[in-house]
Design a protein around this ligand. Sequence first.
Ligand SMILES: [Zn+2]
Length: 117
Amino acid sequence: MSHLVARSLSHVLRRTSVRSAQFSSMPDSLEHATGIEKRELLAKVAGNDNPFDLRVLKRGAGTKDCPNQVPSAFDSRIIGCICEEDATTVNWMWLHQGEPKRCGCGHWFKLEYKAPV
Ligand SMILES: [Zn+2]
């Protein structure tokens, strides 16, 4: 993902965020997407529905025993953690099915399988 894209996405996220720390689920850039993901991304670019389920989710406890659950119909997806309320960047990372991941800020994330609608 280019720095420019990350910056603009960060801007969008911050406009839709409330005052508490949040995280969001986000697709990778078009260059890196493949297969179904790419088709969905192209649909998104074309202005169709919201195939990526793009939204900002409020982080919960985020502990190792009670991680933030990220719904996804794929085996893996990109998530972005807005580590601090006033963070100027989003911390992007891959999240894989069955592999909870800890962000640098200490919050845990876990992929929850969700069948496509
Ligand atoms: Zn974080």
